[in-house]
Design a protein around this ligand. Structure first.
Ligand code: DAK
Length: 259
């Protein structure tokens, strides 16, 4: 597989391990890295063997320390209007695979926003989360003002955004910013455990469930339930539904074919 300087990708038993690797800059996300992340997601999405994408940071100190501040310093107003990081994270959120952010070290600014765009978040005892953009005279602009409040509630989101405070993994779990909190040495086991459940599911049902939750979340309940119903009708038409229900009746493990 092609490897870039700053983003490494390894596929292993249905999992696409996407590692941000710019250790000398705490994995700060410069424009090259963002392009590479986009390319990696494109590759993972096309690969039928991949069901889960794990995003992690190399080096043990940082998941990602946010957008590259040296590049930000040179940016002009209209450059904030391009899809950029916000567009990329929308892509991450809409990805047809399950995404897991495995945060060990700093997830700040755009790094925290990347984790927020993932489906499942995990933190270690070395994780630190924050949206410190106001310290730089800007605001969280890669979905942070919207996704954080949807995940942890408006009051807590405003507190984090307006104070720029940095919280640890334990607090992140307590307030619902992450679902799993583990000691660093147990992170891989936890990823394997959670991915193990997902890998047993059919890819079509995974996609339909994920999109029903995400697309329905901001809609009125009638429309959202209609999306759910239509998604279920699609699931009912699949071979995988026949296989899943038959496997239960026959007391065996289902073997989904993505059909
Ligand atoms: N950008 C560039 N370089 C960074 C960096 C960053 N975000 N974070 C760290 N580095 C670099 C440092 O400059 C330093 O480089 P050298 O001096 O060695 O050359 C090296 O990484 C090590 O950093 P430290 O010496 O500071 O290391 P520490 O372990 O002491 O501290 C830290 C680690 C992560 C706590 C600290 O480096 C830090 O506070 N970093 C900045 C975190 C931050 O403020 N993040 C928010 C960035 S703003 C947009 C959408 C979204 C955004 C922008 C635009 N549009 C839609 C247009 C997003 C904005 C952001 O994310």
């Amino acid at each position: 597989m092609e490897q870039s300087n700053y983003v490494e990708a390894v596929i292993e038993s249905g999992i696409y391990w996407l590692t941000l690797n710019r250790i000398e800059a705490r994995n700060a996300l410069d424009s090259n890295m963002l392009d590479e992340i986009e390319r990696a997601f494109g590759e993972a999405e096309k690969n039928q063997d991949v069901k889960v994408i794990v995003v992690q940071g190399a080096g043990g100190k940082s998941f990602a320390a946010g957008a590259d501040i040296k590049q930000l310093n040179a940016k002009k107003p209209l450059e904030a209007l391009v899809p950029g990081m916000q567009g990329l994270y929308r892509r991450v959120e809409n990805c047809n695979k399950v995404t897991i952010a495995a945060v060990d070290g700093y997830a700040l600014g755009g790094g925290c926003e990347l984790a927020l765009a993932c489906d499942i978040r995990m933190a270690t005892n070395h994780a630190k989360f924050g949206l410190p953009e106001l310290n730089l005279g800007i605001i969280p602009g890669a979905g942070g003002t919207q996704r954080l409040s949807r995940v942890i509630g408006k009051g807590r989101a405003l507190d984090m955004i307006l104070t720029g405070k940095i919280i640890d993994g334990e607090e992140a779990e307590r307030i619902g910013l992450v679902t799993y909190y583990v000691q660093r040495e147990k992170l891989k086991d936890k990823i394997d455990e959670v991915s193990g459940h997902i890998l047993k599911k059919g890819p079509i049902a995974i996609q339909l469930a994920k999109h029903a939750v995400n697309k329905g979340y901001d809609l009125d309940i009638e429309t959202a339930l209609w999306i759910e119903k239509l998604s279920q009708a699609v699931a009912f038409g699949t071979d995988d539904k026949q296989e899943g229900t038959a496997a239960f009746i026959e007391k065996r493990q289902a073997e989904f074919q993505n059909k």
